[in-house]
Design a binder for this molecule. Structure first.
Ligand code: CTP
Ligand code: MG
Length: 166
């Protein structure tokens, strides 16, 4: 899951500039995505997730038992890109529900990346998804993610990278 966890904080550090929705509004008069989703954040985030993933691919060659599939480029691309596509989809629905940029949205803010990364993983790397995302692994992900999310946001807030500590 590291390639899925890394893109969000990296997007928060390196993001900014042109918003993905180019400032456009939806039919409801609100922004399509908002200023919190930028091209720079998306590119830097996916790139960082891929870097971590490549490091994991290099390391996994040595230790994996033969019957487990080795992660591929599609595996790590699905995790990194899926995490941020989940985040973007979350922001789309957040705006449609009238929530401002940075406003809290319980559960969606925590699990958008899990939903996006696992969905894209099932589509792009199904063999790896079936072999690794077992029920105990899924339960572990659902427990660990909100804890990591909270910790990362508190650190990001105290460093001045995030506007709000959630
Ligand atoms: N960010 C970015 N591009 C992305 C994702 C994030 O530039 N694709 C940056 C933005 O500066 C954003 C920060 O990372 O403000 C934190 O991300 P997040 O909490 O997801 O955005 P919010 O500002 O809270 O906006 P939203 O309410 O839409 O979630
Ligand atoms: Mg947010």
């Amino acid at each position: 899951m590291l390639p899925a966890y890394v893109p969000n904080p990296v997007a928060a550090i390196f993001g900014g500039g042109t918003p993905i929705d180019l400032g456009r509004k939806a039919g409801d008069g609100r922004r399509i995505l908002g200023d919190g989703k930028t091209y720079r954040g998306l590119l830097a985030g996916v790139f960082s997730g891929l870097l971590v993933g490549f490091a994991e691919i290099v390391c996994s060659g040595a230790g994996l038992p033969g019957w487990l599939p080795v992660p591929t480029v599609s595996t790590i691309l699905a995790l990194a890109l899926g995490a941020l596509l989940g985040d973007i989809a979350k922001s789309f629905f957040k705006r449609r529900f009238g929530k401002e940029r940075g406003e809290k949205w319980f559960l969606a803010d925590q699990y958008d990346l899990v939903f996006g990364s696992l969905l894209l993983l099932a589509l792009l790397s199904p063999g790896w998804f079936i072999a690794y995302i077992t029920l105990p692994v899924l339960v572990a992900i659902l427990i660990i993610t909100p804890i990591l999310h909270r910790a990362a946001n508190i650190i990001g807030y105290s460093l001045g990278v995030k506007d709000v500590p959630w």
